[in-house]
Design a protein around this ligand. Structure first.
Ligand code: F6R
Length: 622
């Protein structure tokens, strides 16, 4: 999605805006721009394409100042182009805005404004907002009433239906930035003699770690010296309340950068041992038979009364949910349904008193997952979210939140978020299973002991990339892949296929292996390799039969086998070995070679896995 950065202080703004925008590249964008308050006027520089083009433009037409805004745009209304890139201006060029979100009634407003004589330069919904503010700010009667930008913005926002995170400046009030949020994330960064706004923490992490997350309906006025925040009900946040809103972000600036890896995706794949360890940390008792999830905030009685669990999420987080279904049904013995959030939210779902809804989201900002949560809460249901971003909208709108401590995930393709989500689901299953009496101490101790081995095992697996790099070379020219699995191997197959298609643009489908005979087997030929999850376990013999069926039809098989399995070597063309663990944790290990395979195939095909085409990191619009 789009990215916002704003700065007001005494330093040269250009490196701050450009570096900030680069830190936001991971969100996905097709154009970028800046606006700088310069000697009583506002100078704009915008470019279609990468930030490097914007930098080039600034070199050709220099601009300087110490207050302004920057934006990376991911097109929703109007094609990617220089005219449609943010920041946008009013007719006079005195008001400039950056916006994330969607103005749903923009056509209606545009018509109204045109009749009043406004001329539009872009096809965007955003530009409407600049003109609406202009109406309130500059036109005769309103201007005489008040020339405050703040008041003008407040009045203008009343006319907008939709979502927004906004940064606004005016050359008539050069000492301030106005910020407002409704439905799209926006943060304020507090510095000394300088302040920032941003859509996301990495944009400003190099300058400050003192962050205020704006809530929906809140409005802020930033000057060099301070920040004034007003709540949706019009009350100013002051004193202790304001202090209490400041979060000290622990992520180091370097954590949001590549640290020597070629891509964020690779760095994040390699961070998984640490991320899983951090997610477990502090949640296991010293005698290692107990899981502590105080943050779950549900009484023992409530946990005992739950008779149905619904897991809802999108994309990779949905795949984690599908695996969570196996974990929770196995270890807690409560029926679980897993729902794609976009489908769930519009279905008028039945939420009963004893239903627990678990929402999973890395970003905590996914519009459909948030919509699903709101739907459940409107029906008086209880929502526990599993989230990576502290203070995100989903975490704030849930009854309770269990954080994955993966650290910032910058690569568009989710990797460490997935394995840490699985870690939380596993901990949750043990925790609830114990409370409900399905898991005794001895079993809990065994399950926890297995979990504690996982970071070390993943580290070892990551040290054996060589084989995967060779496979990537061999298969990089294929145009189609099948991914097959049974049981918990099926969602892993879905995830493997999703990783490959999103970063390498190779068509890949994940299927339950048993479904093969119901259709997909017709696709098998020498050009359609199949990645088969064939780990030892209950369904091992059946998956061997599936491999035979593929081989008999001339297909090539890359098998994921349990370490020590010699039989598969005879049957499959290629074998990737996965260390043994308990069945519930096997997906955490099995996904590692699939993430690496997708990454290396993408790189060998010349794709940039950190910024796959058409994709955004955080899908904050429907
Ligand atoms: C795939 C991917 C997406 C996200 C999905 C949900 O690699 O990253 O499918 O998993 O957009 O995002 P979150 O987890 O932020 O709600």
């Amino acid at each position: 999605m789009c990215g916002i950065i704003g700065y007001i202080g005494n330093r040269d703004i250009i490196p701050i805006l450009i570096e900030g925008l680069k830190r936001l590249e991971y969100r996905g964008y097709d154009s970028a721009g800046i606006a700088v308050l310069e000697k009583g006027r506002i100078s704009l520089r915008r470019a279609e394409g990468k930030i490097a083009l914007l930098e080039k433009l600034i070199k050709q037409k220099p601009v300087s100042g110490s207050a302004g805004l920057g934006h990376t745009r991911w097109a929703t209304h109007g094609r990617p182009s220089e005219e449609n890139a943010h920041p946008h201006r009013d007719c006079t060029g005195t008001i400039v805005i950056v916006h994330n979100g969607i103005v749903e009634n923009y056509l209606e407003l545009k018509e109204k404004l045109k009749k009043k004589g406004h001329r539009f330069r872009s096809e965007t919904d955003t530009e409407i907002i600049a003109h609406l503010i202009e109406e309130q700010y500059c036109s005769g009667a309103a201007f005489r009433r008040t020339n405050s930008l703040e008041q003008a913005v407040r009045r203008a926002l009343k006319e907008i239906r939709g979502s927004y995170a906004l940064g606004i400046i005016s050359s008539k009030e050069p000492g301030r930035i106005i910020a407002a949020r409704s439905g799209s994330p926006l943060i304020i960064g507090l510095g000394k003699g300088e302040n920032f706004i941003a859509s996301d923490v990495p944009a400003i992490l190099a300058h400050t770690r003192r962050i205020i997350y704006l809530n929906d309906g809140e409005f802020a006025v930033l000057t060099r010296e301070g920040v004034d925040i007003t709540k949706a009900d019009g009350r100013k946040i002051i004193g202790k309340e304001l202090d209490g809103r400041i979060t000290a972000v622990a992520w180091k600036a370097g954590a949001a950068e590549k640290e020597g890896y070629r891509h964020f995706m690779l760095k994040e794949i390699h961070e998984q041992p640490r991320a899983i360890e951090d997610t477990i940390r502090g949640r296991i008792s010293p005698d290692k038979a107990e899981v502590h999830l105080e943050e779950l905030d549900l009484s023992t009685q409530k946990i005992k009364s739950i008779d149905r669990i619904i897991i809802t999420a999108c994309g990779t987080s949905w795949h984690a949910g599908l695996i969570g279904e196996y974990m929770l049904e196995d270890l807690v013995r409560i029926p679980v349904e897993v729902e794609n959030a976009a489908e769930f939210r519009y279905r008028n779902p039945i939420i009963e008193k004893n239903t627990l809804v678990i929402a999973i989201s890395q970003s905590g900002e996914t519009a459909d997952t948030l919509g699903a949560i709101r739907e459940v809460r409107e029906k008086n249901g209880t929502v526990v979210s599993i989230c990576n971003v502290v203070g995100s909208t989903i975490s704030r709108e849930s009854d309770a939140v269990i954080y994955t401590h993966a650290g910032p995930e910058i690569g568009v393709a989710s990797t460490k978020a997935f394995t840490t989500q699985l870690t939380v689901l596993y901990l949750l299953a043990i925790y609830m299973g114990k409370i409900r009496g399905f898991i005794r101490d001895a079993q809990a101790r065994e399950l926890i002991a297995e979990l504690l081995k996982v970071p070390g095992i993943v580290k070892r697996m990551l040290g054996e990339e060589g084989k995967i790099i060779k496979l990537a070379e061999k298969f990089r020219k294929k145009t189609n892949f099948l991914y097959l699995g049974r049981g918990e191997g099926f969602p892993v197959a879905l995830e493997g296929a999703l990783k490959l298609k999103e970063v390498s643009y190779i068509h890949a489908e994940g299927y339950p292996a048993a479904e093969m005979k119901h259709g997909p087997i017709a696709l098998i030929d020498k050009n359609m390799p199949a990645v088969v999850l064939a780990l030892k376990g209950r369904r091992y013999d059946k998956i061997l039969s599936n491999i035979e069926e593929i081989k008999a039809r001339g297909g090539e098989v890359i098998a994921l086998a349990s370490e020590g399995d010699k039989e598969l070597k005879k049957k499959a063309d290629e074998v990737l070995y996965v260390p043994r663990t308990c069945v519930q944790l096997s997906p955490v290990l099995a996904v590692i070679p699939l993430q690496l395979l997708a990454y290396y195939i993408a790189v060998k095909r010349g794709c940039n896995p950190d910024q796959p085409r058409h994709l955004a990191k955080s899908v904050t619009v429907e």
